[in-house]
Design a protein around this ligand. Sequence first.
Ligand SMILES: [Cu+2]
Length: 679
Amino acid sequence: MNVKLKMSTVAVALAMSSLAHAADTTTLDEVVVTAPQSSEPLTVQTNPKKPRQPVPAHDGADYLKTIPGFSVIRKGGTDGDPVFRGMAGSRLNILLDGEQILGGCGGRMDPPTAYVFPAAYDRITVLKGPQTVLYGPGNSAGTVLFERSTKREPAGVKANGSLMLGSFGRNDEMAEARVGSESAFLRAGVTRSQANDYKDGSGNAVHSAYKRWSGNAALGWTPDDNTRLELTLAKSDGEAAYADRGVDGSKFARDNVGLKFSKQRMGGLLEGIEAQVYYNYVDHVMDIYSLRAGGNPASMMAAMNPDRKTTGGKLLGTLQLSEMSQIKLGMDMQNNVHTARVGAAPGYMGDYSIKPRVKDAEFKNVGVFGELHQAMSEAKRVVAGLRADSWQATDYRATIARGMTTVANPTANQTRKQTLPSGFARYEQDVSGASTAFIGLGHTTRAPDYWELFNKESLTTASAFNTNPEKTTQLDAGLNFREGALSGSVAAFYNKITDFNLIQSNVNKGTMMMPAYVSVTRNVNATTYGAEAGTAYQLSDSWKVDGSLAYVHGNNDTDGTALGQIPPLEVRLGLNYDDKEWSFGGLLRGVAAQSRVAVNQGNIAGQDIAASAGFGVLSLNGGWRASKVVQLTAGVDNLLNKTYAEHISRAGVMVSGFTQTTRVNEVGRNVWVKANFEF
Ligand SMILES: [Cu+2]
């Protein structure tokens, strides 16, 4: 292979894998059980349309959980918070077709993944570590891209769909169609998902029912293979019961418009350009009366209705400096405004829905960045990037609620402006035809997010608005390998964080006699290290064994304690048979005990409760490719009906009619069947 060809392999790697994955969606596939494999250094891709086990809730976080290194803070049946290598919240950049979406809920009921309907996408890509600067600021733990295929397609009509039924009243429907010619197309899709309260392994119902639906449409113009103009629209809503708090989510509405233009393979110094603008609006209602018994709708705090409007854009140019050298230069921007209102249910005195929305926070960010791919030889390359963000936040709160009282806001009407530097460099070397080793050093400066600045107090004042940005410096190293029947990957990291935004709950700001418990944001220094490893061995044409492991260790260096909300060691083992018509598989997931805890400490989504016990869960699945059009899969998740909870999940609360548990327990035995259709 000559150097030029190798370089283009590097340069268009993502585009190529997108083609590969577009192809994936047209051939029906096996059930994703153990783990999607890492295809390139620090990159994991998976096709969300494939059936997977255990059956995830139809939101972004639960789909990510099948990727080693990810865990989910469970709150109820859906809308959990994704955590990667023990890092939660805005340490993980989550982009939907390049767009940022930020939730509105002060209680973090709506992480960005709550607005993701995975079946509506063609691929999920995870970029581990602070090892890219192309996708916005602050990706200290990683970047997650939910994307649709952008391949130009021949004239005609194409449709696909799926239907799933499971225990606890679970039913999901998805349909998608594309009609058009080579030069223009219209694509539309709908998803719907519903589940009743599930039962844990002991037969106790968990307050967890949900209903979610989404619709999306795109109108595209593709005059040639390399040019694309696309207008996209999306609308979705849902409701979800929560087992970890006194309110449920009765509205998770999203409105979205996006416009994207790209021109690739232009052939000159300017090889490609991309431009994008978008609008995302989320309107969230949480209340005490609509999804649970005993809540008084006339109460003046019966419903809370935050919203968030996020607008942004990106301009990116790809310069082919030489055969060996390509640089992507660009800028992106994002503004968002958060408001809230509180009141009684509609129809009661003090109806929240007719009150004015009160703005409490506004953020603005403009970033400039450059990322260089430099081939050193056929087998060696360097990838490096620099990024600077101009970040601004304004605190519009006049007062701050503390329990049943309010206190004056010491940072009312203050504006902060900061320049945040980030950068990375990585060396990759192909050690054989199909194996690549890499080592990289990355640094990010992450501005505190809405929850860290506006939803918490500081230790000394009622406002955390002056919390320092978080500085992460991380070493990433690993190997992707394929030798005959054996393939796999190892990715290890060592991470030093300065001014980690630690959330600490149950801090008493009152007196012994008159306590007033608040949650605070504190800047501490922290160290984390760990690794993910995955391997698969093809025993024969039909039989395969695979396994994965994920481990992270976290220290709070300032306090000399463990870092909170660190998931324990996790191992998955799978044995699969697949003869292209029939498939069978078994999955054993083992999770170790976690004794390194920091009670009341963690992140914006959750704080440690106590040490936790380990557990093992066995699941089985089977599939039948009935024809080119239909694939049937079925499975039993948690076959032995084990009662267990993930270490980082939220504490259960008392909900009328339900049994309170230490943590929100995972789903008991769950039988499901899924049909995928392709026309
Ligand atoms: Cu909420």
